[in-house]
Ligand binder design. Structure first.
Ligand code: SF4
Length: 358
């Protein structure tokens, strides 16, 4: 089958997806990019949605082998923002016209943590209601695997989106990059619980893990589709040297450009397969190439997460090394990203949650 026939499909097989992800010829990749961008503009328009990102704590009880803030990394200085700092950051966001905020932290399941998140979500919801945002600011949580009861408590408090990356749907890769006590089955169960409760549910994968094939990535995209995912946050795998996966560094560096290009192709193909889904152009893309996020937008992404984490602790929230945007304050980050979005002909949505349409 010719490339154009596949690009014009509405339903894609695993082989179609693998074929598109395998494109190497510059003109072919440009055809894929143009089709994904065109579909995005047709279905969702040219708006880019800001989700202000507050990384409120780097304390984590898990030990994912790729992650720089895993509990066994004793070189990291741990921090926890106060309730006031978190609420103030979210209210600043609402005041700037951002429709949404993302509260992200390492994984903790203890009562004190869960209670504090519930309280913070409630407070942000209550205080962000205004004429511009009659239902308050949209709140996304990204605090890992929790029980169904905890997910319900967060939802009832006012969080309506949840981001839980699966990282890879390949059982072999998942078990290679996580300790034994973390299972792919439980991650999938958590995602199903989130959907059942009513969350707009987001997931995503790391691209470029050694040994990962195009077939693995094609299965990941089919998983997003099967789950009826609302939001996708995925990005290139970048090595953190204070992790058990540090030995992959040379292999990953040797494939640097391939990994970047595959990350863009993943955005484009996910756009074609999931059509009106929200897809983030992640900071990890910009950490690989200075215009990485703009390229992500032109390949079909429509969400950007400006930094709101205080600059004095941001350097301690490094899931991967060489992360960009560590020194800019929230105001500088907003204006930089607005410029980057404008440079590719897109506009920032103001006071909109920007959920995937039903
Ligand atoms: S990826 Fe998340 S859960 Fe895993 S160690 Fe890092 S912060 Fe903790």
């Amino acid at each position: 089958m010719k490339l154009n026939d596949i690009l014009n499909k509405k339903e894609f097989t695993k082989d179609d997806i693998a074929f598109l992800l395998s494109l190497e010829n510059v003109d072919d990749v440009e055809s894929l990019r143009a089709k994904a961008e065109d579909l995005l503009l047709t279905l969702r328009g040219n708006k880019v949605y800001f989700r202000g990102l507050v990384e409120f704590s780097n304390i984590c009880t898990s030990d994912c082998y790729y992650c720089g803030i895993r509990k066994s990394n004793t070189a990291v200085e741990r921090y926890q923002l106060s309730k006031e700092q978190i609420v103030d950051a979210a209210l600043w966001c609402a005041g700037q016209g951002y429709g949404s905020v993302v509260l992200q932290s390492g994984e903790r399941t203890d009562c004190a943590f869960v209670d504090s998140v519930v309280e913070i979500v409630r407070e942000i919801k209550r205080r962000s209601v205004s004429n511009a945002l009659p239902d308050g600011i949209g709140i996304t949580l990204c605090v890992g695997e929790q029980t169904e009861e905890t997910y319900r408590r967060f939802y009832d408090a006012g969080a309506h989106r949840y981001l839980l990356r699966i990282e890879s749907t390949s059982p072999e890769i998942f078990s290679r990059i996580h300790p034994e006590k973390q299972s792919l089955g439980n991650r999938i169960n958590c995602l199903k619980m989130l959907k059942k409760i009513g969350y707009k549910t987001g997931t995503g994968v790391m691209i470029g893990i050694p040994g990962q094939t195009v077939q693995d990535l094609a299965k990941d995209i089919l998983f997003f589709k099967e789950l009826d995912t609302d939001m996708i946050g995925m990005g290139p795998y970048i090595v953190h040297r204070q992790t058990p996966m540090a030995s992959y560094e040379n292999d990953v560096l040797a494939r640097y450009d391939d990994i970047f290009r595959m990350s863009l192709k993943m955005i484009a193909v996910t756009r074609l397969v999931l059509r009106n889904v929200n897809i983030a152009a992640t900071t990890a893309l910009q950490s690989m190439k200075p215009d990485g996020r703009e390229q992500g937008l032109t390949f079909g992404a429509n969400v950007i997460m400006p930094q709101l984490t205080p600059t004095d602790v941001r350097k301690n929230y490094l899931l991967y090394e060489k992360k960009t945007c560590l020194d800019e304050n929230a105001e500088q980050c907003r204006s930089c990203l607005t410029g980057r979005i404008g440079s590719v002909g897109r506009v920032v949505a103001v006071n909109e949650w920007g959920d995937r349409p039903l």
